[in-house]
Design a protein around this ligand. Structure first.
Ligand code: HEC
Length: 117
């Protein structure tokens, strides 16, 4: 079991490293919409932020940008207190995840885009 998990982490690391290298250049001018997909936000919140995969996941589209930004930042920094917020945090910070966390600037771009959906 342990071995399998470790192997999976290595595969994830390899994939992330490979895609980070090839995407690093493009990432700087990706739009909020592209970053939402790139960072795997869409895997839980739905491609458009309107079609979450579970009742535990909120819709994001059309909410005020500053509110979305404040909430996303709080969750990503690990300050979210709900069980649901821990699910989102773990997607970026658990040892076996594949999704790289977005930078502060990218969270701004993403939440700015979501607010206009
Ligand atoms: C593993 C699934 C998952 C992923 C991946 C994920 N989220 Fe979430 N997100 C959640 C859940 C569950 C909540 C609800 C947290 C709560 O209720 O406390 C949430 C809450 C939020 C909120 C607060 C909701 C509100 O109404 O303000 C924002 C903003 C948000 N997510 C943005 C993002 C962004 C941006 C990304 C990508 C960088 C992302 N999420 C990736 C599951 C996820």
């Amino acid at each position: 079991m342990k071995h399998t998990t470790f192997a999976r982490s290595l595969v994830c690391l390899a994939l992330v490293t490979a895609s980070a290298a090839s995407l690093a250049e493009e990432a700087s001018d990706q739009s909020g919409q592209e970053l939402f997909k790139f960072h795997g936000c869409a895997n839980c919140h739905g491609a458009d932020g309107k079609s979450p995969v579970s009742k535990l996941v909120p819709e994001l589209a059309g909410k005020p940008a500053d509110e979305l930004y404040a909430n996303a930042t709080k969750i990503l920094s690990g300050e979210g207190t709900s069980e649901e917020s821990k699910l989102m945090h773990a997607a970026f910070y658990s040892p076996s995840n594949c999704d790289s966390p977005p930078t502060d600037e990218q969270v701004k771009l993403i939440t700015g885009w979501l607010a206009t959906q």
